[in-house]
Write a protein that binds this ligand. Structure first.
Ligand SMILES: *Cc1c(COP(=O)(O)O)cnc(C)c1O
Length: 373
């Protein structure tokens, strides 16, 4: 494939950082995790806890917000299934909501209709790194007495009105998986200033063993311990943290690059009347994680994808709506989401691409689209 859909950017620095940890023959949650957390804390200006994946971050974020089995959690259907699995893993019920057709962010008028006495939280997804809904969701949470546990997996480094996503608000959950804005191989983190939540996450990420999480960083552990609640083995390994530490130093350069490539797409494609671009703007500080657009009236998206693949351009579909999956099937329809789904397409966006690659991709793409009408 000439143009991959997404790609991590790994240099010798990450490779030697991993090699160094391997030589210590200590792979648990130790000094590297402590250092990564310190660096993330000065980045966000807030307490940050690292965990094994972004999915685990959302799950523990919900647990820390005291979401209980049987509670209902509002969530847009148009998200990765990870968001849903994280919610249902707590025993809570994900309640599928619409997205706004112009921004793909959770539709709050629709969410409002789905509130019951069991609704305890809302999980907004900052789709593509955009934050159009952020202020309104915070207000919505306050008005309806709901916790806001954000799935910010796409939004590491994104700013909202000049402020870093995660540096304000209730609980923000990030992912460092292989293709996110920064990677630690696998990993994630939770950012909040809620002390109760932080204390809970510290123990639940390490099997609920009280106080062990802190000791591990000094290569100690508890042999005589107690457990008061359900926990999981969701801590981060030093191997992964070592990668994350290096990646964080590249964030500024790579964020700028993502913004420039995104803007190149917008410049190239905005005049094409067959296409609809979403209401996202890097001028607000958004760091685009993926480039998604809509092709209204497209009859056979999969055939278009196959054609593009044969021409060397990998594409994606973000995402199959969760309320259409067997496990999360709703008795109601979500007409906006269902109408969007067959018409959305994701084009390559990652830091290994150049401006002229985007020109090339756009030319191939626009020519291919024309043959579908
Ligand atoms: C990547 C992603 C996750 C999950 O993160 P992992 O680190 O892969 O577990 C959750 N939600 C969204 C929207 C994502 O893109």
């Amino acid at each position: 494939m000439k143009y991959r859909l997404s790609q991590p950017e790994i240099s010798e620095n990450e490779i030697s950082a991993v090699a160094e940890v391997m030589r210590t023959e200590f792979f648990g949650m130790g000094k590297q995790v402590a250092t990564f957390e310190e660096k993330l804390e000065s980045f966000f200006g807030r307490k940050t806890l690292c965990v094994s994946t972004g999915t685990a971050a959302v799950q523990l974020g919900l647990v820390a917000a005291d979401i209980q089995p049987g509670d209902e959690v509002l969530v847009p259907s148009l998200t990765y299934v990870a968001t849903y699995q994280a919610i249902s893993a707590t025993g809570a019920v994900p309640v599928s909501c619409e997205v706004y057709r112009h921004s793909l962010q959770i539709d709050l008028e629709d969410a409002q209709k789905r509130i019951t006495s069991k609704t305890k939280a809302i999980v907004p997804v900052y789709f593509a790194g955009a934050t159009n809904c952020l202020d309104l969701v915070a207000e919505f949470g306050k008005t309806n007495n709901l916790r806001v546990v954000a799935d910010a997996a796409h939004a590491f480094g994104s700013k909202h009105k000049g402020e870093l996503v995660g540096s304000f608000g209730d609980i923000s959950c990030f992912s460092f998986d292989g293709i996110k804005n920064i990677t630690s191989g696998e990993g994630g983190c939770i950012v909040t200033n809620d002390k109760v939540a932080l204390n809970k996450i510290k123990d639940t990420r390490l099997l609920g063993v009280i106080g062990d999480s802190e000791k591990r960083k000094n290569r100690e552990r508890s042999w005589d311990f107690d457990v008061e609640s359900q926990g999981w083995r969701f801590h981060m390994s030093d191997i992964f943290a070592a990668i994350g530490i290096v990646q964080l130093t590249k964030l500024e350069t790579n964020s700028k690059k993502r913004q420039e490539l995104f803007n190149k797409y917008v410049t190239n494609l905005k005049g094409n009347s067959r296409l609809t671009l979403f209401d996202w703007d890097t001028a607000s500080g958004m760091v685009p994680h993926i480039f998604v657009l809509r092709i209204p009236g497209l009859k056979d998206r999969d055939a278009l994808r196959l054609k593009l693949e044969n021409l060397g351009v990998a594409t994606g579909v973000h995402y199959k709506p969760n309320h259409l999956l067997k496990f999360y099937k709703t008795p109601y329809k979500l007409p906006i989401t269902e109408a969007l789904y067959p018409e959305i397409l994701t084009l390559p966006l990652h830091t290994r691409l150049s401006q002229s690659d985007i020109d090339d991709i756009c030319e191939i793409f626009e020519n291919a689209v024309d043959t579908f009408f």
